[in-house]
Design a protein around this ligand. Sequence first.
Ligand SMILES: [Zn+2]
Length: 173
Amino acid sequence: MRISDYFFVDAKKILSPNFSDREKNVDLIVLHSISLPEGEYDNDNVEDLFMNKLNFDLHSSFQDLRNVKVSAHLYIKRDGTIIQFVPFNKCAWHAGESIFKGRKNCNEFSIGIEIQGKVDEEYTREQYENLKKIVDALKKFFQLNDVVAHSEISPERKKDPGPLFDWSKLDEN
Ligand SMILES: [Zn+2]
């Protein structure tokens, strides 16, 4: 998985306006899960959310998202499709209030990866395969070791990617 100009060459690019300048080194990867509506996958609603283009009238659960501005560097859909919204040298807005090893605001020093899914459903083989390639490439590129769940850095608010996420899949050779 090759990186050029802070983008994965093989990712589909959709540039989100939701990012900020980075002033700290990247030394953390944060894994998330998301689907809109929850558990429904055959749509582009997450892409639309990250582009501030979501039609909030599509579903009652979207009402809470009206004033939310969020993004992630990467999003892996159920079929393994990889979309990059923010270059790695900018901060994406994925973690919110968060703390890792005593350091707050994890967006400032992390890469955020959203996996299409929900906390009580298995992720797909295609997602694990591409996630592993992504994580391996980012570890090498940034010389980083730490990969955490959103639930670890925002334990009071978040449960993703959840207990069904198989961390051992990231260690396989
Ligand atoms: Zn999350």
